[in-house]
Every structure is written in C-alpha cells, then in structure tokens.
Write a protein that binds this ligand. Structure first.
Ligand SMILES: [Zn+2]
Length: 89
C-alpha cells in the first residue's frame, strides 16, 4: 500500500517514496519544464470553458495558425513577384 497522491488525493502514488500519482507527476514535470505562470495563463484561457467552447477555441487557434501560414506564403510570393518584376523593368 503506497497511499494516495498528495495532490489529487484519488489515485495511488507511483511509489512509496513519491508524493504524486502518475498524472500529477506528469503535471508537475510540465510545470517545471515550462514556467508555472505560462501554464496558469494557458490553463485559464482553455479550461475555463465547457466542451463546446473548448472545441471552438481550438478551431480558432488552428484558424489563426493557418491564416498566419497563408499570410507568410503570400508575403514570400509578393517579394518574389516584385523581384521578378523589377528585373523585367
Ligand atoms: Zn494525483
């Protein structure tokens, strides 16, 4: 018997010498890899929504990324076009 996780108090700890269950240990590692403030900001933005709102937010973020990619590509195309045009003039 290793006892309950000190954080979620639901699952068993990974080992007698560990304070956390597997999931909570992973959460702690993610907090240490990134900054706790960054994680709090992300979780506040994403988890304070119901499932439908989370799906909407994810779609919005994907759209932003795709639109930015398209913008980058079109900017590259414009610079290429202006170079080729200037050579022709
Ligand atoms: Zn836990």
């Amino acid at each position: 018997m290793v006892g309950n996780c000190y954080f979620c108090e639901e699952k068993n700890r990974v080992s007698y010498f560990s304070y956390f269950c597997e999931n909570c240990a992973m959460l702690r590692r993610l907090l240490l890899i990134n900054s706790p403030q960054k994680c709090i900001d992300i979780l506040k933005r994403t988890l304070t929504r119901d499932d439908k709102q989370i799906d909407f937010k994810i779609n919005q973020e994907i759209k932003k990324i795709v639109l930015k990619d398209i913008e980058d590509i079109s900017q590259n195309d414009n610079s290429y076009a202006s170079k080729t045009r200037s050579k022709k003039l």
